[in-house]
Design a protein around this ligand. Structure first.
Ligand SMILES: [Zn+2]
Ligand SMILES: [Zn+2]
Length: 196
């Protein structure tokens, strides 16, 4: 076989035979390339919550490094919400706060940008503390499934800048819950390590 001839692989998703250049390199795979072509991978990830979460995180990271974090206009548009994102209670001048959805102190690196801020009542803000938002959803009685669904939708849409489908909302909810579990497991492992 001629070494210079590009190798051909059949994509498992579209079943089309394509040159190796159209597959991602993956050393874990038997032929050293991904089982599906780049186009199929892109297509699949576009409707996948994992991808949404990753994109949202990258966006936060990128913008969080910038000097200018939040504009007056962004702040004003955030403040047009008149109820708490987590319990739905009406907000007044007295109880209204801006919560960092992903705490700045945590390993998942919440950023000080508009996308990471949401309007919350003082009581939810302090009850949530530095917990992962999905953990707060799980333990707060007032953070109902409807509020959680609305929250995940608006949070994701603001970060990625487009409307998302109901299926994407469900993927995103699942992924946030999984992420919270994973972070808890990791921090437990760390505890174990320091105790030894
Ligand atoms: Zn394909
Ligand atoms: Zn609240």
């Amino acid at each position: 076989m001629n070494e210079n001839q590009p190798k051909l692989f059949t994509c498992r998703s579209c079943k089309v035979e394509k040159s190796s250049a159209e597959f991602r390199k993956d050393s874990r795979m038997p032929y050293g390339v991904d089982y599906e072509c780049v186009d199929c991978r892109k297509c699949r990830r576009r409707t996948n919550g994992e991808y949404l979460l990753e994109r949202a995180r990258k966006y936060q990271k990128r913008k969080g490094d910038a000097v200018m974090h939040i504009t007056v206009n962004q702040l004003e548009s955030l403040l047009t919400n008149h109820s708490c994102s987590y319990c739905g209670d009406p907000l007044t001048d007295k109880n209204s706060t801006l919560d960092h959805v992903f705490s700045l102190s945590q390993s998942y690196g919440g950023a000080n940008i508009a996308g990471n801020l949401t309007q919350a009542c003082r009581s939810c803000n302090s009850a949530k503390g530095t917990d992962h938002v999905a953990d707060f959803y799980r333990r707060s009685d007032k953070f109902t499934l409807t509020l959680w669904t609305d929250f995940v939708r608006s949070y994701t849409e603001r970060l990625i800048g487009r409307a998302i489908t109901d299926i994407e909302v469900e993927y995103m909810k699942r992924n946030l819950l999984d992420e919270a579990d994973e972070l808890r497991r990791n921090s437990k492992r760390k505890d174990v390590a320091t105790n030894e």
